[in-house]
Design a protein around this ligand. Structure first.
Ligand code: ZN
Length: 94
């Protein structure tokens, strides 16, 4: 079945993606590679420039674009990735 015929099929609910999303959000995030939506550069998050602290942080690309914004509120955590094109999570070895 092609990707196109998949997209024309009736959608599933969010539970159908829970396994894959759970794998992404369980990764060691500092080793994940993030790609800037502005200049297209890729870098490991652990090597990126971060501004902020424990309550909120902005990860910036070397071009200056904010690629991840993380904030802690009384109700929970929020992640804004509008400046990122892609997050690549390396699978654990072994
Ligand atoms: Zn950039």
């Amino acid at each position: 079945m092609s990707m196109q015929s998949h997209s024309e099929a009736a959608p599933l609910d969010g539970n159908a993606a829970a396994g894959l999303l759970g794998e992404i959000f369980a990764i060691e995030i500092t080793s994940a590679t993030i790609t800037c939506d502005g200049c297209g550069a890729s870098a490991q998050i652990g090597a990126a420039r971060v501004y902020g602290g424990t309550m909120g942080a902005i990860v910036r690309c070397m071009c200056g674009r904010a690629i991840m914004r993380v904030a802690r509120t009384p109700a929970g955590l929020t992640l804004d990735m509008r400046g990122a094109r892609r997050l690549f999570a390396h699978l654990p070895q072994g």
